[in-house]
Design a protein around this ligand. Structure first.
Ligand SMILES: Cc1cc2nc3c(=O)[nH]c(=O)nc-3n(C[C@H](O)[C@H](O)[C@H](O)COP(=O)(O)O)c2cc1C
Length: 342
């Protein structure tokens, strides 16, 4: 569909994997775990999603452990496994296990800025070593039949090796490239440096997914138009507004936007709580996750600074939920005491 001078069409990775629409949810460690992902995917939002990064060290991760992160295969939307490691053989073996666990695609993380990762020469540290990055992508692409993609930053301190990185990914047989338009030194600073996305476009014919500071439809369309990317990845924008990708999907289809108000936030909260508890979360863990949600949420509830602070200070689940109900002016649904919990 041609909208505002931009062709919004499915992004094809080959081997039967398509992102439709080409607006995808960024992997975010500690946030986009299975429960959160499924909530967004069930709302009809992202055209694709991934697990948070799974760290691969000395030995391959087993299929059972990967399956726990990935969940059951979804027929509607491809949900891939993201791996982060340095040893091509061990990561390739893990990728095989990920495919055995049901992953329809594998993404390789070359962006994580955390010192603990960087000091082991993984994540964004690989951006200083395009040859190693190439060897890793090539080994994984050779090992599995599913599309293998790479997610990179612009560089560690600056973008001086960015072209080498893009070409390394391209020549290693990747099926697509995601560029988070910041260096490691930028961390998460605004604005993201979209001008480098247009540079990458000139160096590769791979499907290119742009990432950084996309908060909604207008940003996505502007990024596609100005930078020539084929798809757009949304990170913190989906934490600020968990329905943003559903709205973008609707807009791409010319369908009415989903409503977002207090009722939707209450339903989201209730399912989040119930699914987390069913998955074995402790009350403490659940309260931490809900606080993380309310720390960033900017839609549906009147969350001024005072309300947010009160929520973040809630001592337990009952207190947190009472505050949410007060803000929403309506009660949260509670699991029936007779429900089996299955
Ligand atoms: C809390 C958090 C966790 C993240 N974890 C991952 C991760 O596991 N894998 C990854 O490739 N990127 C990770 N990222 C980076 C995001 O995927 C994304 O590239 C970044 O947030 C920029 O996009 P944005 O400006 O839309 O937020 C993380 C970002 C945040 C804020």
């Amino acid at each position: 569909m041609d909208i505002e001078g931009v062709e919004v069409r499915p992004l094809d990775l080959g081997r039967g994997v398509r992102f439709d629409p080409p607006f995808v949810l960024a992997p975010m460690e500690g946030v986009t775990h299975r429960v959160f992902r499924d909530l967004l995917l069930d709302a009809g939002g992202p055209g694709a999603a991934w697990t948070e990064f799974l760290r691969v060290s000395q030995v391959p991760l087993r299929a059972a452990a990967i399956r726990r992160e990935l969940g059951p295969p979804r027929a509607d939307v491809p949900v891939g496994v993201q791996l982060m490691g340095t040893d091509p053989d061990v990561v390739a073996e893990t990728a095989k296990n990920a495919v055995a666990a049901g992953a329809p695609m594998i993404d390789l993380n070359f962006g994580c800025p955390a010192p603990v990762v960087f000091n082991k020469c993984a994540g964004s540290a690989m951006l200083d070593h395009p040859d190693r990055l190439h060897a890793l992508v090539a080994a994984v692409a050779r090992a599995v039949e599913v599309p293998v993609t790479a997610k990179v930053r612009l560089g560690t301190r600056d973008a001086s090796r960015f072209e080498d990185v893009v070409r390394a990914v391209d020549e290693a047989g990747a099926a697509a490239l995601t560029v988070h338009a910041r260096t490691r030194a930028d961390q998460y600073a605004h604005p993201a440096r979209w001008e480098h996305l247009a540079r990458a476009r000139a160096w590769t014919r791979l499907p290119l997914i742009g990432n950084g500071d996309v908060l909604g439809w207008d940003d996505a369309v502007r990024m596609m138009r100005e930078c020539g990317v084929d798809g757009v990845m949304v990170g913190r924008g989906a934490l600020r507004d968990p329905w943003v990708l559903a709205r973008m999907r609707a807009r791409a289809r010319g369908a009415p936007a989903p409503e977002v108000g207090a009722a939707q936030v209450l339903a989201f909260h209730a399912r989040y709580r119930d699914d987390m508890l069913r998955g074995g979360a402790t009350e403490l863990g659940l309260v931490g996750q809900l606080k993380q949600l309310y720390r960033r949420l900017e839609v549906g509830l009147p969350l001024d600074a005072a309300a947010r602070t009160a929520l973040l200070r809630a001592p337990n689940l009952a207190a947190l939920e009472a505050l949410v109900e007060g803000l929403a002016g309506a009660p949260l649904s509670r699991p029936s005491p007779c429900s089996s919990g299955t």
